[in-house]
Design a protein around this ligand. Structure first.
Ligand code: NAD
Ligand code: DAU
Length: 339
């Protein structure tokens, strides 16, 4: 089996590549990644020489490059992680989100139609469902929850999901979609909540919590997400959407406090800053479909996963120090300088 993994130099895609090479040693994994600011080739260094791995630098929107790769590799499956993924950046500059997340998805699926494929899998997000109120803890996102997006990012992901389902109905493309909650773990880009707070805490810099920090996210250790996608690829039903989440709801402020505690730093580092525009209050996944149909359950408890993650950042300073010393500084100043 040859599997093209797009966006494999990013956070979840790289973890998925490591997971697949370990758990499916006979499969060939071809990573297609544009290496945007979020993609790091150093992340893939441990597998670059692996006989069943190939890295190709290309844009999923580049039809010619995508078709060339299909001609060379004759993939059996495509798993599309490639995306612009940060909500705050989408608020500043929506255009690239529409281009990559929607048009790029169309290009990949057109190639799948032309060359034939046994599965196209779209990695989507729980954000396509919008948010839930804090005072209704009985409510969860199911696969039937209407799409109701809040940000240019989530809107672009929802548009891509609709496109994927339309290719299944119109052209019979064998697709699946997964909608996962917030991931955390190794190689998470420092712009996102958990790595940003770990790094700032380590450097004893202010830890910028948006608003009161009462927003709730449903956190899942990245390896549990990778295992869920693997199950969907091999056992999921064509044309189906699967929600992925582990009933692990946490308020932002509580996570930030836990990070201070684990690193032995004072909570006085926590700074409340202006809220995100259109900020979603609560995400919470009902995972009954994937657990009932495919037997998936999360294996990593949040306390263990967070500790592991913090220690990963302590042990891999060279990985994130290289990132935060470059163009990231400019980004940080723009987003947080006068906040
Ligand atoms: P990320 O930002 O860490 O990585 C994205 C990767 O895609 C990078 O390697 C980047 O170089 C690559 N990329 C971007 N544009 C590209 C293009 N035009 N062509 C080829 N490659 C391109 O993202 P992530 O957090 O790993 O998320 C991966 C996927 O999972 C995304 O589709 C995201 O919507 C989805 N998702 C993320 C989370 C989460 O918590 N991080 C949760 C649910 C779903
Ligand atoms: O739910 C899945 C989604 O999770 C994915 O689709 C997205 O790609 C991924 O980025 C993530 O989106 P969020 O917006 O939930 O993640 P982020 O880490 O940006 O923020 C998590 C929460 O923390 C959110 O309520 C905003 C808040 N926050 C974030 C940052 C970066 C802060 O309070 N301060 C910060 O500096």
């Amino acid at each position: 089996m040859t599997i093209i993994v797009t966006g494999g130099a990013g956070f979840i895609g790289s973890n998925f590549i490591f997971y697949m090479l370990k758990n499916h040693p006979k499969d060939r994994i071809v990573c297609l990644d544009k290496l945007t600011y979020a993609g790091n080739l150093s992340t893939l260094a441990p597998v670059m020489e692996h006989p069943n791995f190939r890295f190709v630098k290309a844009d999923i929107c580049d039809r010619e490059a995508v078709c060339r790769l299909f001609e060379e590799e004759h993939p059996d499956m495509v798993v599309n992680f490639a995306a612009e993924s940060h909500v705050d950046r989408s608020i500043e500059n929506p255009g690239i989100f529409l281009q990559t997340n929607i048009m790029g998805t169309a290009v990949l699926m057109d190639a799948c139609r032309s060359y034939g494929i046994i599965r196209y899998h779209q990695v989507s997000t729980d954000e396509v469902y919008g948010d839930l109120p804090l005072d209704r803890p009985d409510l969860f996102f199911t696969e039937e929850t209407p799409l109701h997006t809040s940000s240019p990012y989530s809107s672009s992901k929802a548009a891509a999901d609709l496109l994927v389902l339309s290719y299944q109905r119109t052209y019979g493309l064998p697709v699946t979609i997964s909608r996962c909650s917030n991931n955390y773990g190794p190689y998470h880009f420092p712009e996102k909540l958990i790595p940003l707070m770990i790094i700032n805490c380590l450097k004893e810099k202010p830890m910028p919590v948006y608003g009161e920090g009462l927003n709730v996210r449903d956190w899942l250790y990245v390896e549990d997400h990778c295992r869920a996608i693997d199950l969907i690829l091999h056992h999921g039903r064509e044309g189906e959407v699967y929600n992925i989440g582990g009933h692990n709801e946490m308020r932002n402020i509580d996570i930030v406090r836990l990070i201070c505690k684990e690193l032995g730093k004072p909570e006085s580092l926590i700074t409340h800053v202006a809220d995100r525009k259109g900020h979603d209050m609560r995400y919470a996944i009902n995972p009954e479909k994937i657990s009932g149909e495919l037997g998936w359950v999360p294996e990593t408890k949040f306390a263990d996963g967070l500790r592991k993650t913090i220690h990963w950042y302590l042990d891999h300073r060279e990985w994130w120090e290289e990132i935060v010393s470059g163009a990231y500084q400019e980004y940080y100043e723009t987003m947080y300088g006068n906040r």
